[in-house]
Design a protein around this ligand. Sequence first.
Ligand code: CTP
Ligand code: MG
Length: 214
Amino acid sequence: MIAAAGSGERLGAGGPKAFVKIAGRPLLAWVIDAFRGAESIGAIVVAAPPGTEERVAAEFGVEAVRGGEHRSESVRAALELVGDEIAVAHDAARPLVTPALIDLAVARLAESADADAVVAAAPVTDTIKEAGAGGVVERTLDRSRLWAVQTPQAFRTGALRRALEGDVSGATDDAMLVERAGGRVLVCEAPAENIKVTTPLDLSLATELLRARA
Ligand code: CTP
Ligand code: MG
């Protein structure tokens, strides 16, 4: 399930981020290639920007559904087409994902019988502080326990379905909904270069990384 329905406001490219070209191809094309290359993936569903479903299906040769207003609503729409035991959610905004990382997340989940989800994540390298009103620091978190969570995120489909019931508008990833529902989520270490393209700075960085890979 590729969440591609966002408007890309912070990138400011004047249209949906998934169609913005990076190293010569749309962000979504890089992501679809990685999923096609993953042995653990049987089918791809894209949650597309409303009104572009047919174009996405035709141009990229995938199933496409109308995305929702919030990210997890887009994942919920895509999940309706999933009949398998494991479902993987990924952001179209992470074009540096690799088949190996997707397969690793799925394999970890398959071998962890008591887990509901496995999420790609990188150890945090900055010191993270919590600050309140006026920027007054309240505490410094223990960095050795912190992970910057990415996608892909692999789920037991039933657990994800239950977690996506109700209001999901405030969720920044799907795993937090599984956690909220009492589920067990594991991190699996991913390369820090699997960045999310959010701002123009990220776009430049991701362009360099994709070019270097080619
Ligand atoms: N996404 C989605 N449906 C939404 C909102 C976001 O499928 N209603 C997807 C985006 O397409 C992106 C991923 O979720 O691949 C991560 O979201 P984000 O980086 O916030 O992308 P945008 O919402 O497009 O960007 P912005 O918040 O700057 O508008
Ligand atoms: Mg957004």
